[in-house]
Design a protein around this ligand. Structure first.
Ligand code: ATP
Ligand code: MG
Length: 339
């Protein structure tokens, strides 16, 4: 069967010969391989995510086609899907030069304005997906699915790939999520046998875990078995907020409040992204320009030089991180040069 048979008319269908000969493998997981390839017609780098179709659950071709077609609506907070390839079976998408957030969090210490900005960018993308009609659930929201562009802005990837459908066996669905290494992102109600199926509150819970990872730069449930996590989360236990670094600005307290609401045991108490987004925007704005509020204190340890009115440069003491902020037009762009 050709995976493109059922594709909506506007989808771009690629062939292997549409790509250059150099396929650079970026990552290989249990379910897929990601390559960086050059798209001949556009002379542009793109990412090709090929799937092991034998391992996937319910109707793989349909899901993949849907993901690509729904993703045709473009905003800057979600990774653009260019089309599909039938041989190998793959999604062709925007290449994100700085990889995924899980790697960045493990390798670099991020400063608070950047952390707040990243959290806000995730809420923008999630609000967009949930405000589609019908709402598009991600169900696979995690730091490895938050990709970073040239300027270290976050875009959401791999949305719509995992679908919950009426009649789907919940045990099989859960097993699939766990096999993807997603145990920490699954909300407690999913472990309740009588619970029907996931809704928007599923993604809100996963987002809370992502927030915790950004704020603490730690891995959740590190070293714990799946069974332990399952039992603890069902009993209401969550990652410790005491792991958020001491040097946090006072606004971080409000971020932690949002996070705790988002992982509430009672899913009806979790807020919607449409509510969260205005709060994260306000918090991001406060920290955006170094020198405002409590954040001023943090910068005492940094060499700071104002170049012109809206530009600031910040170096860490050992120069391991260069971070500059340019406020221009409607969007602040924050650059960090990675070593
Ligand atoms: P899942 O399959 O559940 O999404 P995953 O995100 O860990 O799990 P992949 O989606 O295969 O696995 O991604 C693996 C890695 O490949 C990512 O962590 C990221 O570093 C890289 N990657 C994925 N998509 C892209 C892309 N569009 N551009 C650049 N790198 C990418
Ligand atoms: Mg992924």
């Amino acid at each position: 069967m050709d995976c493109l048979d059922g594709a909506p008319g506007k989808l771009r269908n690629f062939k292997k010969t549409d790509f250059g000969v150099d396929w650079i493998k970026v990552a290989e997981g249990r379910f897929s391989k990601v390559y960086r390839v050059k798209l001949n017609i556009w002379r542009e780098q793109c990412a090709l995510k090929s799937f092991d179709t034998s391992l996937s659950v319910n109707n793989f071709y349909k899901r993949m086609t849907e993901e690509a077609s729904e993703a045709k609506v473009k905003i800057k907070y979600i990774v653009s899907i260019y089309g599909l390839c039938s041989n190998p079976t793959a999604v062709v998408m925007e290449y994100m030069s700085n990889g995924s957030l899980d790697h960045l969090l493990a390798s670099h210490t991020l400063m608070w304005p950047k952390k707040f900005q990243m959290i806000h960018e995730v809420t923008m993308g999630m609000n967009f997906l949930h405000s589609m009609s019908p709402a598009m659930l991600h169900l696979n929201l995690k730091t490895s699915n938050l990709l970073l562009d040239d300027h270290l802005h976050v875009k959401i990837s791999d949305f719509g790939l995992i679908k919950w459908e009426e009649g789907l066996n919940k045990k099989t669905f859960l097993e699939h999520l766990i096999a993807r290494g997603n145990i920490s992102y699954i909300p407690p109600e999913m472990f309740n046998v009588s619970f029907e199926g996931p809704g928007a509150a599923f993604d809100v819970y996963s987002f809370a875990i992502v927030m915790w990872e950004i704020l603490t730069q730690q891995r959740p449930n590190s070293g714990r078995s799946v069974t332990t996590v399952l039992v603890q989360v069902s009993g209401g236990k969550r990652p410790g907020t005491d792991m958020v670094p001491e040097d946090k600005p006072c606004e971080c307290g409000q971020m932690i409040d949002i996070m705790e609401q988002c992982w509430d045991q009672d899913l009806s108490k979790r807020p919607q992204f449409s509510d969260i987004v205005s709060k994260t925007e306000a918090l991001m704005e406060v920290l955006k320009i170094p020198g405002i509020s409590q954040y001023k204190k943090e910068f005492k340890s940094f060499r700071q030089s104002l170049l012109k009115e809206h530009t600031s440069m910040v170096f860490s003491e050992n120069n391991s991180l260069l971070h500059y902020t340019v406020a221009s037009g409607d969007r602040e762009s924050v650059q960090q040069l990675l070593r």
